[in-house]
Design a protein around this ligand. Structure first.
Ligand code: ADP
Ligand code: MG
Ligand code: MG
Length: 876
């Protein structure tokens, strides 16, 4: 089996085998770009090593052969005492995991070859010893787990001794002394001398890169980014070129476009007389890339030519790592670069205008999660607020409030009308009320799958987690970071998109993209808005799925319409029973005779009718699906405890508790152990005479009043066709009294309904999948209980990668959907299909609904643009 590939043998499509870095090094080599020669050891070898603890048979020999070929080509032998070849040993997995795994430079330097290196560099001893101390430092830290601070302290001391702040201030003699100290540190921690056999250095470094795949932080990172755990990493062995050979040498990073805004132009940083990580490590101040033009015009021009060539080749933004050795440019890495959500849209449309890609491709290159991000309000950072720390942006948004360290305090302060941010080390189910009360959540531990993150996302609440340099002291009610003390009551601002946390109140600015949707900002207003407009328009032209909204009020309906909704897929009628109308509902529930009940219903009728009139007006000429009342009626009564107290107090005082006593009796009578599975939905319609009839009448009479009304009546919680037939017969009588056309359909949210869809189709004009309940009942998960209680564990164990309430579970719940669509359509070809659960606005799920052949998705108004975009993407 082949475990080692020369760069000439690979290409960019071999990322699985060669990792991203190796595949792209090969690609650049074959494009004729100046890449130092080298070879890649495959991820297959890594997987074998991780499985058995041994290198696979044949790998050692192949490494020897490829090394010999490299030596022949370079005319130098690895670590030769007179004229050494040095190499870097670089990790590189299929997906980039920035800073997660390790790279060792200058492999091959030893006490002997350091002089040879100096000779090679024309007698530059300083350079040789600087390279050697870097090797011991990197090798010690990443291969042998010597604590990095030890080396850093020794380096600081050396600088201190000669009163320099800059490592360039250390001369050859100082560096030689430093190497001696480094070797002592190495020996102290590893119990052995720094290896003097170059090939042993190479082998140890390769093994260390393999092992780094399973380092804690790499494991954690993969879990957060949902990168599979079993891919392994490749190792690249690359002939060294030197950016630390003096003023005409240096190293840098560059982007072919601005990865923050997407604007065209050259972006990057350059550092003269430096090696490798110095640029990103912030050791010295870098200069902007344009500065290179003044120092070395030829290398700068070469770099620009190469960047143009790479963009043309990859047809996308590339990022690049390069080194200049004595004026000669070398390419050390490239890849299609990461970018912000805004840049993704802008770059995609620019590439279209440049004739590089077409609109379909532009649509593929952005996604709904990015669009959603662009719709959150953001902090206005123009006043440069003080950043306290940065954690993991776990649930987007911009939240401002007083820091609170205790869930109860959070609830109490929120009741007083205060805005609070709940700060914890980590959260647990006890914190739930506090999380609900808070504007945002900040934790010092845990990543994107921690309790805080999962729950916050479920609630759509801003959350930053894992800000691990926060020292949270719950007893004192404060946290410290970087010398700042933030106490309970101090205002902080939390950005759930970037993970940044600021001291004080940072002003919040509305998203320009939302202003555009609202119609208050012109599509040409700025490059981002115009990019969103163009790509979304193309998505609309492309998609098959329609997008409706879940809206219960005229305002919501109007906004959703501005956001592009093509109707209402779910109007919940329960809010129409709240507020002042609660008294009527109480009368309905307490009615002792049919006359009392009908009287209450008669009073509710005109109120509901007025609500529907408003809704139909806003959605004129578009369908409006109204769901008949769904929750158990006792949800409209006051809580048991409140009533019990009131009645007890009244009786204590010898007063007549009257109405309260009746209510209390009703609440006791109607108590259910599992209200979710109790008297609700269609069951209410079958048990309480006149209730559904009143609602149907309100819908029909409202529709008769409004031109262009397209009402659809939806019956919730149906599990058997007989239920639907009964309600339908009653409704058809009422509809028949008026000159309106009304569709009657059902939700599919009870698993039995999905499994008997062929029967149910006989009584339905449409199916609307209530995927929230279908998920609850399909998994047997009570959503309100499980998300906070134990989902973190399920995520940790990988039972699912994402909450099934967030993204549809294709295999299980999705299968129910598929069965219902197939059997429903077979029984009744003209049947119409939609989805109204929260999954309707989830990017992944939208693709699924497209695949199974639904006609529309319905989601909350703010999700409508996201669904439009993803429906378009699903269709290209
Ligand atoms: P990362 O994946 O963390 O970016 P790399 O393997 O790219 O790590 O190495 C980091 C840096 O080390 C590179 O950007 C480059 O500057 C330097 N480097 C790596 N290999 C060589 C080499 N053969 N010659 C010179 N510099 C190198
Ligand atoms: Mg790199
Ligand atoms: Mg439901």
């Amino acid at each position: 089996e082949k475990f080692v590939y020369d760069f000439e043998e690979g290409n960019r499509d071999l990322k699985d085998l060669l990792g991203g870095k190796g595949a792209n090094l090969a690609e650049m080599t074959n494009l004729g770009l100046p890449v130092p020669p080298g070879f890649t050891i495959t991820t297959d070898a890594c997987r074998a090593y991780l499985k058995t603890g041994r290198l696979p048979d044949g790998m050692d020999r192949q490494v020897g052969e490829h090394l010999a070929a490299l030596e022949a080509r370079m005319g130098r032998k690895l670590g030769d005492r007179h004229d050494p070849l040095l190499v870097s040993v670089r990790s590189g997995a299929k997906f980039s995991m920035p800073g997660m795994m390790e790279t060792v430079l200058n492999v091959g330097l030893t006490d002997d070859s350091v002089d040879g290196l100096a000779a090679q560099a024309g007698g530059d001893e300083r350079f040789a010893w600087d390279s050697y101390r870097r090797l011991i430092q990197m090798f010690g830290k990443t291969v042998c787990e010597v604590p990095g601070e030890e080396f850093e302290h020794a380096l600081d001391d050396a600088k201190h001794a000669v009163r320099t702040k800059d490592d360039l201030g250390l001369d050859a003699a100082a560096l030689r002394t430093l190497v001696r100290e480094y070797k002592a540190i190495f020996k102290r921690h590893t119990g052995r001398d720094f290896p003097q056999d170059p090939r042993e250095q190479l082998d140890l470094a390769v093994n260390a890169v393999f092992s780094s795949w399973n380092a804690d932080r790499a494991v954690l990172y993969r879990r957060q980014e949902r990168i599979p755990t079993d891919l392994g990493t490749a190792v690249n062995v690359v002939a060294m070129v030197f950016g630390n050979l003096g003023a005409d040498s240096g190293t840098g990073v560059a982007f072919t476009r601005d990865p923050a805004t997407g604007e065209s132009g050259v972006y990057g940083d350059y550092l003269a007389n430096a090696q490798g990580e110095d640029v990103v490590a912030g050791i010295r101040n870098t200069t902007p890339l344009e500065g290179l033009a003044d120092v070395n015009k030829k290398a700068y021009d070469d770099l620009l030519t190469i960047m143009a060539k790479l963009e043309e080749h990859y047809r996308d933004l590339c990022d690049i790592e390069f080194t200049i050795e004595r004026g000669k440019l070398w390419m050390l890495q490239t890849r299609v670069g990461k970018r912000t959500a805004a840049a993704a849209f802008v770059i995609a449309t620019h590439l279209v205008d440049e004739g590089v890609i077409d609109m379909d491709e532009a649509l593929r290159r952005v996604n709904g999660a990015q669009l959603a991000q662009l719709m959150f309000p953001t902090f206005d950072l123009s006043q440069e607020p003080a950043q306290l720390t940065r954690g993991v942006g776990a649930s987007p948004g911009a939240a401002v409030g007083k820091a609170v360290f205790d869930a109860k305090h959070a609830v109490a302060m929120a009741k007083e009308g205060e805005q609070v941010i709940l700060v914890r080390r980590e959260t647990n189910p006890d914190d739930l009320p506090g999380m609900i009360a808070a504007q945002g959540i900040l934790t010092s531990r845990g990543g994107k799958t921690s309790h805080a993150a999962v729950v916050a996302r479920g609630m759509g609440k801003t959350c930053v987690c894992g800000a691990d340099d926060l020292d949270v002291n719950l007893h004192k009610g404060q946290f410290t970071v970087d010398g700042h003390v933030v106490s309970e009551g101090d205002v902080i601002s939390v950005d759930g998109t970037t993970g940044r946390v600021y001291l004080g109140e940072v002003p919040v600015q509305p998203s320009p993209v939302v202003q555009y949707f609202e119609g208050t900002l012109d599509a040409e207003a700025d490059p981002l808005v115009s990019a969103v407009h163009r790509i979304l328009t193309h998505a609309d032209d492309t998609r098959r799925l329609k997008v409706r909204t879940n809206a219960d009020t005229g305002d919501d309906a109007a906004r959703a319409r501005r956001f592009g909704a093509q109707g209402i897929g779910l109007c919940r009628t329960e809010h129409m029973f709240l507020g002042e109308r609660r008294a009527l509902v109480e009368r309905l529930i307490l009615a002792r005779t049919p006359q009392d009940r009908d009287a209450a219903l008669r009073e509710l009728l005109p109120l509901q009718r007025a609500d529907f009139v408003e809704l139909f007006r806003e959605m004129r000429d578009l369908p409006v699906t109204v769901r008949l009342i769904d929750p158990p009626l006792h949800e409209f009564l006051p809580p048991l405890e409140d009533l019990a107290v009131k009645v007890a107090v009244a009786e204590e005082r010898g007063q007549d508790p009257g109405h309260d006593k009746d209510l209390l009796d009703a609440v006791r009578r109607m108590h259910e152990e599992n209200p979710m599975l109790g008297l609700r939905g269609v069951r209410l319609g079958l048990v309480i005479p006149g209730l559904f009839a009143m609602q149907v009448r309100a819908i029909v009479e409202a529709a008769a009043q409004v031109d262009g009304a397209q009402p659809e009546i939806m019956v919730p919680l149906v599990g058997a066709v007989q239920e639907l037939e009964t309600i339908r017969a009653e409704a058809e009588k009422i509809i028949g009294e008026h000159d309106v056309e009304v569709k009657i359909g059902t939700m599919i949210e009870v698993p039995r309904a999905a499994l008997t869809a062929g029967d149910i189709a006989q009584a339905a004009d449409f199916f609307s999948f209530g995927t929230n309940d279908l998920t609850q009942m399909g998994w047997g998960f009570s959503r309100d209980d499980v998300e906070g209680a134990f989902f973190w564990r399920y995520l940790e164990l990988g039972i699912f990668g994402v909450s099934p309430f967030e993204s549809i579970d294709r295999d299980g719940v999705g299968r129910l959907v598929r069965i219902a669509v197939d059997e429903g359509r077979a029984a009744r070809p003209e049947l119409h299909f939609g989805v109204c659960g929260e999954h309707g606005g989830d990017p992944e799920s939208v693709h699924f609904f497209h695949e199974v052949g639904l006609d529309y998705v319905s989601c909350s108004p703010f999700r409508v643009p996201v669904a439009r975009l993803e429906a378009g993407r699903a269709a290209v």
